[in-house]
Design a protein around this ligand. Structure first.
Ligand code: ATP
Length: 604
């Protein structure tokens, strides 16, 4: 299961997804719509199981995290405060020949010989008439100089598109080019200069399509959590450190949706914002701030944890989550963003990557992995921004801090105040508050800290449901061999989903469909299990074929009701069934009355 899968396996996975109704194109009967995907019966169950398990470990099994379900369309000021209106943009380039659009940062660098043209004029102009011309320059990259004709053909097509019927090329010259990203890797044509393209989907609220009614479909679920922070903190009576989590749809008008569902335009996110004390407050309360010293999980949260320990804690919690739903540790990569990759407000970000079959390979030829989730330490940036843009306070009052502060000696008070002041001033200056005003405001805020008041910092584990579902599908896909009815080995496709997230937990098979006693008993077993888990009843075809269908759907258990169940071999076997394990194909005899507890333990 751990061994990396290759690109051709990806094609088989995509075809299985369609054939078995896991995932397929949205609006398929109209030719589909790029970047949008639908989940069929099995896929819908898989996604639901993933979300339910995340919600269980985040919101239900913890005292310090509460849930939120906010709207998709929110006040447009939210996106100004978060920076999305101005900076949530990707650089895009267009092919000058096909007009196809690409993300500039995803163009593979190429080398070769570029042919440049200064322009073109109409070759067959009427006698005496000034020839029609174009002075727009154009270039084309070829592998080597002998492919000049290819460049000329492309250039002629380019100028024909600009209105010349029979272009005569002007000013041809060539140049050797190394590692350039200016040319389309698919056809060699010159690309436009990169332009920024905002990824938010725009709409209008109400009947009038005017500038003041513009709104956006949220590009992430996180901002609602920040905007509602004060309300949720109050109603849930939570004290920092605590978190607010949310699962919901997000929309990004991606320039280049690709790799099946990996980069979609509509997708779901599972996000937690975990609010913590600033390190200065932790130090005032606990005397010092603990820092991660050993690799691995740092254990149960402690009062002396600052942002570094909390960040490490959440990275480890999230890695454990992925293992709990069947992704082996070896299929995951913990990637620490380099300082130059970090957003300006982020102190550290760890991307949790999964080695998808379509991932790029590193220098050693190993799959490098693609992002499933980012775990970011975002300082107090988000709440501070909403405080500034809304004019509403986002501070909390921390009684413990106030009490602890009173007991500090003067030198400690001064040192902590100074550090807090500097951090706040740096934030304000970075967000374009004039220096003098920033200085004044930071002094006020540092004085407030001494009174137990501050804007909480945040650690954000932010995961995508659809990317995770795809990782689970890729990880589960296996081909092996199993004996058919006559004992001959045949190829079998097995989706080795962890029972915890498998779309269907157990299949119920009466041995024969035309024996009412068997069918009646099988339906009884189905009805016994159905309130507890997803059950699939199947009485069609030979039993081997029914097993195979369930293997392909990833159903971990199969229950067969046979004549022994009816008591034909005596009382000892009466009301027992065979329980088949998908992975080992082993069959054990189990009492019907024991099935619910036995299966529940395996699928929870
Ligand atoms: P990428 O760099 O791959 O575009 P990102 O860093 O912009 O991702 P975030 O803004 O951190 O992603 O979003 C958090 C999570 O949401 C991602 O880790 C991913 O699982 C999911 N996600 C983001 N964009 C998409 C998308 N277009 N399609 C599917 N899932 C997505």
């Amino acid at each position: 299961m751990v061994e990396p899968k290759t690109q051709d396996v990806m094609e088989r996975i995509v075809s299985l997804c369609k054939r078995r109704g896991l995932v397929f194109q949205s609006s398929e009967i109209y030719g589909g719509i790029n970047g949008f995907w639908d989940y069929g019966p099995l896929g819908a169950e898989l996604k639901r199981n993933v979300k339910d398990y995340w919600w269980r470990v985040m919101a239900r099994l913890r005292d310090d995290v509460v849930g939120l379900e906010a709207t998709i369309i929110m006040h447009p000021k939210i996106w100004e405060a978060s920076g999305h209106t101005t900076t949530f943009a990707d650089p895009m380039v267009d092919c000058l020949l096909t007009q196809k659009r690409y993300r500039a940062d995803q163009i593979e660098p190429q080398s070769g010989v570029a042919f440049h043209y200064a322009g073109a004029e109409e070759g067959a102009a009427a006698a005496g008439a000034k020839p029609k011309s174009s002075s727009e320059p154009y270039s084309f990259l070829t592998p080597d100089a002998k492919h000049v004709e290819r460049a000329r053909q492309a250039a002629k097509t380019f100028y024909k598109q600009r209105g010349l019927a029979d272009p005569r090329l002007l000013g041809e010259r060539s140049e050797t080019v190394e590692n350039s990203t200016r040319y389309n890797p698919e056809n060699g044509s010159l690309l436009t200069e990169p332009r920024l393209f905002n990824l938010m989907f725009k709409t209008y609220v109400g009947p009038v399509e005017s500038a003041e009614n513009v709104a956006y479909l949220r590009p992430e679920t996180a901002q609602a959590i920040f905007a509602q922070f004060k309300t949720v903190a109050e109603v849930s009576r939570q004290r920092v450190p605590f978190g607010i989590c949310q699962i919901g749809k997000a929309f990004r008008n991606e320039i280049n949706p690709r790799n099946f569902t990996f980069r979609s335009r509509e997708f779901e996110q599972m996000e937690l914002e975990f609010f913590i004390r600033p390190d200065e407050a932790v130090e005032a309360i606990a005397g010092s701030v603990a820092r991660p010293e050993k690799p691995g999980h740092p254990g149960a949260p402690q009062p002396n944890w600052g942002w570094e320990m909390w960040h490490k804690y959440w990275v480890e919690e999230r890695l454990a989550f992925y293992e709990q739903i069947g992704l082996p540790r070896a299929s995951l990569v913990e990637y620490w963003q380099k300082p130059e990759e970090l957003a300006h407000y982020a102190r550290a970000t760890v991307d949790i990557l999964y080695k998808f079959p379509f991932s790029k390979r590193n220098a050693k030829g190993e799959l490098a992995g693609e992002e499933l989730e980012g775990v970011a330490a975002r300082s107090d940036f988000d709440l501070s921004q909403h405080q500034r843009f809304s004019g509403k306070s986002m501070t909390v009052f921390d009684e413990e801090l106030k009490a602890a502060w009173a007991k500090l000696d003067e030198a400690k008070k001064a040192a902590l105040t100074q550090r807090y002041f500097e951090n706040r001033r740096a934030y304000l200056v970075k967000t374009s508050v004039p220096a003098e005003q920033a200085e004044r405001q930071a002094h006020v805020e540092a004085a407030a800290l001494a009174n137990g008041t501050y804007v909480p910092h945040v650690i954000e584990p932010s995961a995508g449901v659809d990317r995770l579902a795809l990782a689970l599908i890729c990880n589960a896909y296996t081909e092996d061999e199993a004996p058919d009815e006559k004992g001959k080995l045949e190829k079998r496709v097995v989706m080795r989903f962890s029972p915890r997230i498998a779309p269907v937990k157990v299949a119920i098979f009466p041995l024969l469909k035309n024996r009412p006693e068997l069918v009646a008993k099988a339906l009884q077993v189905r009805d016994l299990l159905r309130p507890l888990m997803t059950v699939f009843y199947d009485d069609g075809g030979a039993i081997g074929r029914r097993y195979r269908r369930q293997d392909e759907a990833g159903t971990p258990y199969g229950v067969t009701i046979d004549f022994d169940t009816l008591g034909e071999q005596g009382e000892a076997l009466k009301d027992t069934v065979t329980l088949r394990d998908r992975d080992t194909m082993k069959q054990t005899r189990v009492k019907i009355s024991e099935l619910p507890a036995l299966l529940l333990e395996k699928v929870r």
